[in-house]
Design a protein around this ligand. Sequence first.
Ligand code: SF4
Ligand code: SF4
Length: 160
Amino acid sequence: MVEDDLSAQHGECSAPEERPVGDARMCEDCNVCCTMMYVRPLDKAAGTRCEHQTSEGCGIYATRPNVCREWYCMWVRDRLGVLRDEHRPDKLGVFFSVTTIDEKTQAQQINAHEVYPGASNKAEPKRIIDYFRQFVPVKVIGARNNGFIALTASAAAQVA
Ligand code: SF4
Ligand code: SF4
């Protein structure tokens, strides 16, 4: 399994204490996953900017691949009620996704994707990872190719 393959994962987690189903957040300035994830239909490697990323968002929004339409990280729809607004991936330095690790039992694992090297060792991401680990296995996936470089000034200020 490719751990940062957009096609192989989903952003939801069927765990208790769910947020209301319709309570989704907007990505706004965050486009971290467009850099950090492997996008199979585009043959875009993990940790490299997508050629369609712009400071205004996706440059081919209307015709973007289905995996880009369907995928979102756990922050967007946080059914666990753990991630606060200020935990948006470009601000936190880590984003979370869920993957099924056993088709037979449907056992799930949370992947904690670093946005830049070492991000998962910072206090707040570590606290969240430790919290999730009470319920499900959590695998930390290190940032590749030095990680995300913000495309907008506001996002750059948040990551710095
Ligand atoms: S990492 Fe999450 S919040 Fe950021 S652009 Fe992707 S889906 Fe949206
Ligand atoms: S096609 Fe658009 S949505 Fe998909 S990874 Fe590239 S910039 Fe992001």
